[in-house]
Design a protein around this ligand. Structure first.
Ligand code: TPP
Ligand code: SF4
Length: 367
């Protein structure tokens, strides 16, 4: 007798792997996966970047049948994984400088093309300092030329490897070693910095996406999707850093999820400058729930609660929610964005990746 099984999803809303058909299971559940970033590295406990990189690289390896070269900017990921003469990488891996990983990745792709080895794919990777700030010109050039590279930014919202300095991806009010919690507007200033995903979209490249380590199914499928395309592609992954954020090592996934649920980190996909899919917020939280577990925001609660600053951050979250249409059933500010005149491509539909709604478009939000 057949029995109807109901799933009651909680927490991450992720259905366990064993309940999914084989083709829908995660790469990490496959015992024959490449194991690209293996044990023995020296990342901090609970490092979101190590987790994100492992999922990204194994997914890319599966998507390319193991024909992959990766280029790595200087930063935590490079430093903790390759203390010479040791390495945790089990893929062809090049260390570039802090600021030139996109250019080196472009060069590798060009060299492979010249040698008629276009079957070997290229993935560049770096932290937000290397990507959003110092490597940004090289990244923009890579986008502009349409080089056949997927560039992945592991966004821990600071220059963590050298002592938690502010980057262009550090959120307002966050304390870093260069934005101290002092004065009437403590921490990083409001209104500065930039959204690399939105700037990537402005280049109208084939694929731009954001993801977090709170939804690893989604992260893997975005990597697979990106590797199924050619040309310049960009993936921006939020990876909490227990050391720099002052969050518990055991809370890394939860903190990443709260960033999404609060609206502070919108998760979406875009093709040729149009947002084509978003991950809706199913359980909305006030930004305070995201801020509280992190010491970098402690000055907003002690010695007195800074309602004005918290409200400012909530306004950013609300703006993201509105503009990306992150709450299912709510109307969003639908507009078409990021088209140079005459170059508009039709928006494309969601291709069935988990947890997303298709066709939401909006102008530049604060991320
Ligand atoms: C031109 C140059 N300036 C500064 C440095 C020192 N440096 C190495 S890694 C790093 C910060 C890396 O930050 P990010 O890219 O965000 O990666 P994370 O360590 O946070 O993962 C800095 C400033 C360098 N190697 N080269
Ligand atoms: S400082 Fe942050 S990003 Fe670097 S290894 Fe530690 S937890 Fe990971």
């Amino acid at each position: 007798m057949s029995q109807h099984v109901r799933f009651y999803q909680t927490g991450s809303f992720a259905v366990g792997n064993r309940l999914l058909p084989i083709q829908a299971r995660t790469v990490q559940s496959d015992p024959t996966r490449s194991n690209s970033l293996t044990s023995g590295h020296r990342a901090c406990r609970g490092c979101g970047e190590a987790l994100g990189a492992r999922y990204v690289l194994d997914a890319a390896m599966r998507a390319t049948g193991g024909r992959l070269v990766t280029v790595n900017a200087t930063g935590c990921l490079e430093v903790f994984s390759t203390p010479y003469p040791e390495t945790s990488w089990r893929v062809p891996w090049l260390h570039s400088l802090f600021g030139n990983a996109p250019a080196v990745a472009s060069g590798v792709a060009a060299a492979l093309k010249v040698r008629d080895r276009g079957d070997i794919r290229v993935l560049g990777q770096g932290g937000d300092g290397g990507t959003v700030d110092i490597g940004f010109g090289a990244l923009s050039g890579m986008f502009e030329r349409g080089d056949d590279v997927l560039f992945v930014c592991y966004d821990n919202q600071g220059y963590m490897n050298t002592g938690v300095q502010r980057s262009g991806a550090t959120p307002p009010a966050a304390r870093t070693s260069t934005t101290q919690a002092v004065g009437s507007a403590p921490g990083n200033v409001f209104g500065q910095g930039k959204s690399a995903p939105l700037i990537a979209m402005a280049h109208e490249i084939p694929y731009v996406a954001t993801a977090t380590i709170a939804d690893l199914h989604d992260l893997e499928s975005k990597v697979e999707r990106a590797m199924g395309l050619h040309g310049a592609r960009y993936l921006h992954v939020l990876v909490p850093c227990p050391l720099g954020w002052g969050s518990e090592a055991a809370q890394t996934i939860r903190v990443a999820r709260l960033a999404v649920q609060s609206g502070l980190f919108p998760v979406f996909e875009a093709e040729r400058g149009n947002v084509t899919a978003v991950s809706p917020i199913r359980h909305r939280v006030h930004v305070e729930e995201y801020l509280r577990p992190q010491i970098r925001f402690r000055h907003l609660f002690e010695p007195t609660r800074r309602a004005d600053v918290i409200d400012g951050l909530q306004a950013i979250a609300d703006r993201n929610i509105r503009r990306f249409g992150l709450l299912p059933g709510r109307r969003h500010e639908a507009t078409v964005c990021y088209h140079a005149a005459g170059r508009q491509q039709p928006g494309q539909q969601d291709r069935g990746l988990a947890n997303r709604t298709p066709g939401v478009r909006g102008p530049a939000p604060a991320m």
